[in-house]
Write a protein that binds this ligand. Structure first.
Ligand code: 6PG
Length: 522
């Protein structure tokens, strides 16, 4: 064979091999979470193809990749077609784009380019019911759809998030190696997160914070409830902060030390840890002022807490602390009205609390926080229990608590206790009934009650502490005034009632304006 001929064959082979799909996974959406998830995947040995709607962002991401150790394992594409062509089969395409219209637009654009057996993964905060519809629609076309919760913010995505995938088991088997590799890792016995030898070094041993959650929208549902719990967790910490500020006149520095101390004990969590950091932060260029004091007290939200609360209402699952945490954000956003109203009412004046009393009150606030947190998680897990029944998901609560132990925003030492509670009893109807949590509530409830009554006396708004306590008291009451309520309903609307001395399910009606007439059995 002539040299020219060999040369031309080599050129053809090289062209063919450069066109041969060589990427293990593709990612669409190079905003903060997408970029960091890509780098996490390449750290773990995957070759990743990337695509973004605007190519300028892709280009700037490739500049970032150029200085990352494994950045050369990222391939950038300007068109969706070439991006899809670069993927090994069955193709795995992860989307990390805004929930709603943006996600839908990407799905519709990608769909014609995929083949039977390919897997499309939505890692955004999509509404779980949208995921149910999408999974069904794509399954009809032979394409797998996984809706996966991805929690942990920027650093979680980069070095190990908590991942909550839902979809078919077949699809999960295809995604599992990637998800297990990139998820946060925890010590299987203690539940404590495992850090890399160097900061940011990928961790390969330990238990991965991901598990198959369930069919269709189960993963996104669980992520939604994770966020609902996140809302309460954050609100409770904020209420503790407000009480220490208003009742004890503590400075942010002093509170930072207190939170840091709490982080050493049963309240140890990512959110407590970042709160301690935030409180000691001075304003940039003005060391005499704390940054937190200069941040406007009007909270934002993207909707997942609201969706959780809406679902709780739909399912009749009393997630009152969760709903209060959402409303607290709404009320905070009404800044101007609050300023107007604040001028109309004086705050009740309480004598200053000092010395030993102050220490006792700080301990009571810690107990109020812990008890309320138990109730918030009890509500969140009970909500997932109701959803599992309603939507036919076989949720494993011990495994869900396990994957919340590392990587995600609500990661906390306390989740090991929840894991153990469900490992002991997988059909536990409410965390409050688990002996560990019952014991904690018994031991700490007096501090909780003291804090809530003091807050009421002093006029400090603590909706989540109060809602959690009202839930606890309602849940542990053998009798509630719903007998009177049923009578009222029957009086004005003939809605009927059950009797304590008749079998459940048998209904009665009284002609209330003529009480001498016999009750009717319906
Ligand atoms: C996570 C977070 C994340 C969420 C933000 C903002 O688990 O990493 O829950 O998914 O989007 O926390 O949520 P809000 O804007 O609603 O507070």
């Amino acid at each position: 064979m002539s040299e020219e001929r060999i040369e031309s064959i080599l050129v053809q082979v090289s062209k063919l091999s450069s066109m041969r799909p060589n990427c293990d996974v593709g990612l669409i959406g190079l905003a903060v979470m997408g970029q960091n998830l890509v780098l996490n995947m390449v750290d773990h040995g995957f070759r990743v193809a990337v695509f973004n709607r605007t190519y300028a962002r892709t280009k700037s991401f490739m500049e970032r990749c150029a200085v990352e150790p494994c950045g050369s394992n990222v391939s950038a594409f300007e068109t969706l077609d070439s991006f899809i062509e670069s993927l090994k089969r069955p193709r795995k395409v992860v989307m990390l784009v805004q929930a709603g219209a943006a996600t839908e637009a990407i799905i519709q654009a990608v769909l014609p380019l995929l083949d039977e057996g390919d897997v499309l993964i939505d890692g955004g905060n999509a509404l779980w019911s949208d995921t149910v519809c999408r999974e069904k629609e794509l399954a009809g076309k032979g394409i797998h759809f996984i809706g996966s919760g991805v929690s942990g913010g920027e650093l979680g995505a980069r070095f190990g998030p908590s991942l909550m995938p839902g979809g078919s088991k077949e699809a999960w088997a295809l995604l599992e190696p990637i998800w297990v590799a990139i998820a946060a890792k925890v010590d299987s016995d203690t539940g404590q997160p495992i850090e890399g030898a160097q900061p940011g070094e990928p961790v390969t041993d330990g238990e991965a914070c991901t598990t198959y959650v369930g069919a269709d929208g189960a993963g996104h549902y669980v992520k939604m409830v994770h966020n609902g719990i996140e809302y309460v967790d954050m609100q409770l910490i904020c209420e503790a902060f407000q009480l220490m500020k208003e009742l004890l006149q503590m400075s942010p520095d002093e509170m930072s030390v207190t939170f840091r101390g709490w982080n050493e004990g049963e309240l140890n969590s990512f959110l407590i840890e970042i709160t301690a950091d935030i409180l000691q932060q001075r304003d940039y260029g003005d060391e005499d002022h704390f940054l937190v004091d200069r941040i406007l007290d009007a909270a934002g939200q993207k909707g997942t807490g609201k969706w959780s609360s809406q679902s709780a209402l739909d399912l009749g699952s009393p997630a009152s602390a969760m709903a209060e945490a959402v409303f607290a954000r709404c009320l905070s956003a009404q800044k101007d009205e609050r300023v107007t109203a604040s001028k109309l009412f004086d705050n009740p004046k309480l004598p200053p609390v000092t010395g030993e009393q102050k220490e006792l009150l700080i301990a009571a606030v810690r107990d109020a926080l812990y008890c309320s947190k138990i109730c918030a998680y009890a509500q969140g897990f009970a909500l997932m229990g109701e959803a599992a029944k309603e939507y036919g998901w076989n949720l494993n609560f011990a495994n869900l608590a396990k994957i919340f132990r590392g990587g995600c925003i609500i990661r906390a030492r306390f989740l090991q206790k929840i894991t153990e509670a469900y490992q002991k009893q997988d059909d536990l109807s409410n965390l409050i009934l688990d002996p560990y949590f019952t014991g904690q509530l018994k031991e700490r409830q007096s501090g909780w009650r003291k804090v809530v009554s003091l807050a009421a006396e002093a006029g400090v708004s603590c909706p989540a502490f109060m809602a959690a306590l009202a839930y606890f008291d309602g849940y542990r009451s053998a009798t509630l005034p719903a007998n009177l309520l049923q009578a009222q309903r029957d009086y004005f609307g003939a809605h009927t009632y059950e009797r304590t001395d008749a079998p459940r399910g048998q209904s009665f009606h009284t002609d209330w304006p003529n009480p001498m007439r016999p009750q009717q059995k319906i």
